[in-house]
Design a protein around this ligand. Structure first.
Ligand code: ZN
Length: 296
């Protein structure tokens, strides 16, 4: 793994019904049933991952873990990583400090009860964070976070205590020992594939999505040695016919490249953290760490 030219982390946000209830605030059984398709999708995806001998990362809200404990056990038993993904796909910033802490604890308890694991990774629902989230994740011992977009194909360390306003210079806080596994909407299936009236056009042709994702992979493979290519997928979206076939083709394409490995975000983050001690990384990356900044 250490000599891989590019690592691929195939990640699934197994939201089930939670995203429609939590993020969309839906009270509509039809809309909520779209999440139920996730239960059909997961076994299909587990078979696909097995065929390619891929270990993936599944981010699972507690709401989904309690609804589908047997599926979550199967994900674990297939050797995939489970990551924290909130309670019912809520925005952590919608809570006060106590509420955010409570939701984080509920998520840890659910994964412990259902799967007997303590996750090392966190991905926030809809990639929303509160200004407190990074400190909380450190307090609870997480090694990595995967909701920020400050790099494309390399991880970086997050900061605690950043402050901003409309009339002051940006204040960089202190770089802390929490690895960011960066994401981007450009490598997420939800915007291009999932139709949501008034919000997402979705329904894009697989050929178009496939072209976009292959181009990003090609860039990462050519220019980002030792980096990581992270795809964010949703079982209820990517496992439907046309998109499932697209995913099969993409995995075969990625796998056809020499020195490409597939691994979980947890494995990559732990290895990267060991190879990039915090203090040395800050010295080598002053703009990412904010140590070059001027505050008038
Ligand atoms: Zn999600």
């Amino acid at each position: 793994m250490a000599n891989a030219r590019l690592s691929c982390c195939i990640t699934f946000d197994f939201d089930g019904m939670s995203s429609w209830i939590g993020s969309m605030k839906s009270n509509n059984p039809s809309m909520i049933s779209r999440g139920q398709f996730g239960a059909v999708a997961v076994p299909r995806l587990l078979d696909l991952l097995d065929n390619f001998r891929i270990k993936a990362t599944f981010a699972v809200p507690d709401h989904t873990a309690y609804a589908y404990p047997k599926l979550v056990e199967r994900i674990r038993d297939h050797g995939h990583e489970l990551a924290h993904h909130g309670w019912v796909h809520e925005n952590p910033a919608a809570f006060d400090a106590d509420g955010e802490r409570r939701v984080l604890e509920q998520g840890l308890e659910a994964l412990e009860r259902v799967a007997g694991i303590k996750p090392t990774g966190y991905r926030s629902p809809a990639w929303d964070l509160s200004p407190r989230s990074i400190d909380l994740l450190r307090e609870y011992g997480f090694i990595y976070e995967s909701s920020c977009m400050g790099h494309d194909f390399y991880p970086y360390y997050l900061r605690s205590g950043d402050r901003w306003s409309l009339d002051t210079a940006y204040h960089f806080g202190v770089t802390v020992d929490l690895v960011e596994m960066p994401v981007t909407w450009m490598l997420d299936d939800f915007p291009p594939a999932e139709f949501v009236l008034g919000m997402n056009t979705g329904l894009q042709a697989p050929s178009l999505i496939e072209e976009n994702w292959r181009a990003d992979f090609d860039y990462a493979y050519r220019s980002c040695a030792g980096g990581v290519f992270i795809l964010t997928l949703h079982p209820q979206t990517i496992a439907r016919g046309r998109y499932f076939l697209m995913l099969e083709r993409l995995l075969a394409y990625f796998a056809s490249h020499p020195e490409v490995v597939f691994e979980t975000m947890g494995d990559y983050a732990a290895r990267w953290r060991a190879a990039n001690p915090l203090a040395a990384w800050v010295t080598a990356n002053p703009d990412l760490a904010g140590t070059h900044a001027i505050e008038p």
